[in-house]
Design a protein around this ligand. Structure first.
Ligand code: MOS
Length: 723
């Protein structure tokens, strides 16, 4: 999809890096011109609706599809008995970190085995969406059931350490001895509920069947090339025969790192029926796609009288699925942020009968750091000291695990700037000591940390004879601002006004791009775009024999061979250079608690972020705001509620699975501190997609303790827990 800056007048005249530009695709989005995966037309399009299992574990005894097949408009019902034989079904099932997005998911419609409630058991395909839905309601299934368990607490006996994670489990020094000797210590267990990604756009795929062996797959995902590889692998097709497009994506938060099951079902149906097919998940079905695993984290922490950490023991378990093993980095972050001589980090998983978990915004850190930051607040109180003072005492210039210095780490500046702006010095230490009218008031804070990644990425830049510069890469804009920041990087690199830049991203045939994950897109693709544009600039000055103004560029391009000037560039992950690369933040929260009702409001949230160079302060701020709001959900609302007898999530809709709405969100402030960094990535960019959620939930939970004196150790802190 090519995006031009259609209303540059609303944007700044100086469009380069550091300018708070509006989204260049904003007008296309609000006027409905921007097409999402389920909005692409196709000749003779068929509609598929998935039928999902009503039991959590067992086997299909019979599947009666006659009623569906007799429904007017229904064309076919795909089941494990009639689906086409594609290589997917010979794929090895489980291995370490199979849900780590590199491989297709465990095959659907495989053999009638049911591994979780909501598992697709059939796809009803019809000439209209309505007929497909009606047909889906006619499918009858009978099962032989097996015992299931969907409760993490009941699976802890089966806790195991996947091989991929064993090396992250560290024992250093003598934590027990340090705990025995310490001035203050805590020994607590914190928990986080299972959470679901709920992007506005449901997972959707439109497969366009061209009849000549080529397929165009408009799919909601975070990486068109990753999706192309996985679909080609699953269906035994030449990658070049599948063009995957993700022109516009309505949020994903990790749920689109690999294509959702609807993509595989749509592909199966298209290949079987040789027609174009669209499948869209329902909001309910989104709750049987991926999720953030439930977690329990036991922590024993000790400090000396100054608050310096003497022992850190973290024993964490997340739920995984029996169907495939999902792991994340849960325990390392705290030890990176706060060096401690006596360390024991132990992470493992426990399998339950649910769909596989998957990456959800700041996977691992959002869980592990938020729970640790709640425990550190508890430790500060055990030591009779200010929670911010404890963070400052433990703030370090080296990565506590590797011992390496950071390329940059302005965390101390975020503490100081954030505290100043929030007015932290006006906080009284004692819990229940601040009031706001009838309500108890509480102020809390926490630290955030995430990694600053650079992944392999390429781009081309082409200047044509009209003086239009087009940059191309298979990057994704999942609502984050990729179109806009690539435009401004390109405009800045050549000194062009924004209206002379086009950005073409979101299609698998374009130059290599990583998926939009790990907050790596801006640093990786941004650097490739910048280099490619600088390559064009070099060619221009060679042609002109000196510096070139933007008005002369079209003429020079017209004279170049082919009538244009083009350059390509690639960036790769940094070589081992003895440096650690991370983003950091300090989050401050104010809550008001109505003690009679247990209602918690969050009148103020402030994040002070150190993330290297900020390309676009406006879209970057939006990313951090989104992370803060998601952190608010994590602290106070979000929780998949199971009926464990059925093994089924009961609140699988946005009426009962609560996320913060406008009425919940009040004053939020994001401050980016200056963090010059010539090493983190070629442009000094570190990425901001995930840092916002890390620490946000803990700051709010810590504020709830400060307000009420109650230490609620299980997130979300719903009002029943306060009464
Ligand atoms: Mo993200 S959870 O790296 O998409």
């Amino acid at each position: 999809m090519t995006q031009a800056a259609e209303h540059p007048g609303r944007n700044s005249t100086s469009p380069g890096i550091g300018t708070p530009l509006n989204r260049i695709e904003g007008v296309a989005k609000v006027t409905g011109q921007a097409r999402y995966a389920a909005e692409h037309p196709a000749e003779g399009l068929l509609y598929g609706v998935a039928v999902c299992a009503g039991i959590a574990r067992g086997r299909i005894r019979y599947l009666d599809t006659a009623g569906a097949l007799n429904t007017p408009g229904v064309v076919q019902v795909l089941t494990h008995e009639n689906r086409p034989h594609v290589p997917w079904y010979e794929a090895a099932a489980d291995d370490d970190d199979a849900a780590g997005n590199a491989k297709p998911p465990v095959p659907l419609l495989l053999d009638g085995a049911i591994m979780y409630s909501g598992q697709p058991i059939a796809l009803v395909v019809a000439e209209t969406f309505e007929a497909a839905r009606r047909g889906a309601m006619q499918v009858e299934a009978a099962y032989d059931t097996l015992p299931h368990n969907t409760l993490l607490g009941s699976a802890l006996a089966q806790r195991f350490t996947p091989a991929a994670k064993a090396q992250g489990n560290i024992v250093r020094g003598d934590a027990q001895a340090a705990l025995d000797d310490a001035a203050a210590r805590i020994d607590s267990r914190y928990e986080l509920a299972m959470e679901h990604h709920n992007p506005m756009e449901m997972h959707a795929t439109t497969v366009q069947w061209h009849g000549d062996g080529r397929l165009t797959v408009h799919d909601k995902n975070q990486g068109s090339q990753n999706a192309q590889r996985q679909l080609a692998q699953a269906f035994g097709l030449e990658p070049d025969s599948i063009m995957v497009a993700n022109h516009h994506v309505g949020g994903a938060f990790g749920s689109g790192l690999r294509p959702g099951y609807q993509a595989y079902l749509a592909m199966l149906a298209a290949l079987m029926l040789k027609r174009s097919v669209r499948v869209v998940m329902t909001r309910q079905q989104m709750f049987t796609h991926v999720h953030r695993p439930a977690a329990t984290q036991e922590m024993r922490l000790a400090c000396d009288t100054r608050g310096k950490l003497q022992a850190m023991e973290v024993i964490a378990t997340t739920s995984t699925a029996r169907i495939e093993t999902y792991t994340e980095n849960l325990v390392k972050w705290g030890a990176i942020a706060y060096p401690c001589d006596n360390l024991r980090l132990d992470y493992a998983v426990a399998p339950i009968d649910t769909p596989t978990p998957g990456n959800m915004r700041a996977p691992g850190a959002a869980t592990g750091v938020n729970l640790l930051e709640m425990a550190l607040d508890e430790l500060a109180y055990a030591n009779g000291m200010d929670p911010l003072a404890l963070r400052l005492v433990n703030c370090s210039d080296v990565d506590g695990i590797s011992g390496l210095p950071f390329t940059s780490k302005a965390l101390k500046k975020t503490y100081e700037t954030g505290a100043e702006r929030f007015g932290w010095h006006r906080r009284s230490h004692e819990p229940r000591s601040m009031r706001n009218g009838m309500e108890l008031s509480g102020w809390g804070m926490a630290t955030g940390i995430w990694e600053a990644l650079v992944l392999h990425a390429s781009a081309t830049a082409t200047l044509d004879a009209q003086g239009i510069l087009t940059v191309r890469s298979a990057a994704s804009d999942i609502g984050t601002g990729t179109y806009t920041i690539m435009a401004q990087i390109a405009a800045g690199a050549l000194g062009l006004p924004l209206e002379r830049v086009r950005v073409e991203i979101g299609e698998s045939p374009l130059p290599d791009s990583p998926f939009a994950g790990g907050s790596a897109m801006a640093a990786s693709v941004g650097a490739a775009v910048h280099r490619a544009c600088k390559g064009v600039a070099r060619q221009l000055s060679e042609l002109a024999g000196g510096p070139v103004g933007s008005n002369d560029m079209a003429k020079l391009a017209a004279r170049a061979p082919g009538g244009h000037i083009e350059a390509s560039a690639t960036v790769d992950p940094p070589q081992e250079d003895g440096k650690a690369r991370n983003t950091h933040s300090a989050v401050f929260a104010e809550v008001c608690v109505d003690e009679r009702l247990g209602v918690i409001r969050v009148p103020r949230l402030l994040a002070c972020v150190a993330a290297g160079r900020i390309i676009n302060p406006k879209t970057a701020r939006s990313q951090v705001l989104g992370g803060l709001v998601m952190g608010m959900g994590m602290a106070l609302q979000e929780e998949a509620l199971f009926d464990h007898r059925l093994g089924r999530i009961m609140n699988h809709n946005l009426a009962e699975y609560h996320v913060p709405c406008h009425a919940d969100v009040h004053d939020m402030e994001v401050i980016f501190v200056d963090e010059p960094d010539g090493l983190a990535s070629p442009l000094g960019v570190k990425g901001v997609g995930e840092i916002g959620i890390v620490g946000a939930a803990a700051a709010i939970a810590n504020a709830v303790h400060h307000a009420t004196g109650k230490r609620i150790r299980t997130l979300p802190i719903t009002l029943d827990k306060l009464l």
